[in-house]
Each structure stands twice: as structure tokens, then as C-alpha cells.
Design a protein around this ligand. Sequence first.
Ligand code: GLP
Length: 260
Amino acid sequence: MEIIICKTKEEASRKAADLVAALLKAKPKAVLGLATGSTPVPLYQALIKDCAAGKISFKQAKSWNLDEYWGLAPTHDQSYRYFMDTNLFDHVDIVKKNTHVLNGLAKDWRKEVKAYEAAIAKAGGIDLQVLGIGSDGHIAFNEPGSSLASRTRLVSLTPQTVKDNSRFFKKAADVPKQALSMGVSSIMEAKRIVLLAFGANKADAVKGAVEGGVSQFCTASALQMHPDCWFFCDAAAAAKLKLKKYYAWRAEEALKAELA
Ligand code: GLP
């Protein structure tokens, strides 16, 4: 695990974008795993800028998203499909049919998740997975208590996540209580993981994920077992880390070597 701690989320997002850009340059047909939430927005803005400047292209890339609210149509302004279109896909040269988000209205969720996982495998697996983190340490919608062996499935959200995400909806009662979500072990199959965490309300989650024991009560902690995982944090999200100085000491070199 490499922990990159920056002063601001913009700085951290720029560095994370450099890793995504390096992948797209080295492998134009890259398979991207993408995330929603407020956290990856500055990363997507940096990528949109790079694409407009002709530095990178998504023309041959494919993408799969982590999760989708169960019961929301793709046209719903809080669906994750809508989020991806408006925050990234509509502003870069990716081919829309190469972008995949779980269908929150699928007739048979078991069929939907099976086909989703099969399509990712057929594409060769995810080269780089972008992740945010929930305030309780969840990744995608793998809430505390989710098996670390979990695969893509229908899950129930916790009251905390419903509360956290209610800020995007007109009223808390509108937040779906279930979602389709890639599982922890599905996520762990990505060749590289780039997790972003910003703000003081993520400090406990980051602490648990990086320095806590590996446990299903903080599903992000499973990432400690991943061979190529990068955390990009702002100062507030990293504030509770015990070995902060050590991470900073080695991180610059690690990132430099990666982008050389
Ligand atoms: C939701 C998403 C997660 C995301 C989390 C944090 O639960 N399923 O993928 O990481 O929200 O959202 P935010 O980045 O807005 O704090």
C-alpha cells in the first residue's frame, strides 16, 4: 500500500489522475473501474482537462462502475449512471457503449450481476479501479459486515450510508435502501487500486483501512492485502494515521518511480 498525503484534494486528485493518464498512454485499451460520490469529482475534472488538451484519450478504453442504487432508473438524476455521464463520460472521448453501470432496474438481479462479472472477465479484468471510501470504511456499497469474499450482488445500505448520501437527494426518504454492488473480492481482482479520501469525516475510515486489522467491519481494510494499492488523501483525511511521516517519506519516491 502506498499512502500519498497532499495538502488539498485538488493536489491529491491531480496525482491520482497522473496514474490514470499513465495507464491510458501505456495501454489505450485499458479497462477502468470507476466510482461515484463527491470524492472522485476532482479526479474526473483533471482527466477531462487532460483529454481536452489531447494528452490522453479514452477512445479505446472500457469502463465498469462499482455500484448502482437498486430501483433507480439510469435517467434518475441521482442514479450512478447519470452521475457518470454528467461528471465524466459526456466530457471525454469515451464510446458510451463501452461504459458499463449495473442496471438498478434489472428484472433479475442475479442474472444482472452474473453477466456484469462475466463481461469484466471477458474484457480481461480491470486494470485500474478508482475507489472512494464511506465514512464507516466501506468501498463500493460493501457495508461493515460484508464478507471479504463477497462478489457482485444486491446489498442493503446501513442507516449511516443512507444518512451520508441523503445530502444528494431532496429528502432522506428518497434515498434507496438497497444497491447492486461489486463485492470486496470482485474489487480485489483489479490489477491496480487507486483510493481517494478527502476531509475530516473520512479520517477514522482511513485510519481503519490503513492501520486497523483486516476485517469485514471496515471493508476497505481488505486493500491491505492488495499487491498494488494507492491511497491519495488530503491532510484532513490522513490526520489520524500513526505512520504519516513514514508514508510521506517513501511516497514521493514511489510515485516518481511509477511515473518515470
Ligand atoms: C457511496 C458510494 C461509494 C463512495 C461513498 C462515499 O456509498 N457507493 O463508492 O465511496 O458513497 O461518497 P463521498 O465520496 O460522496 O463521500
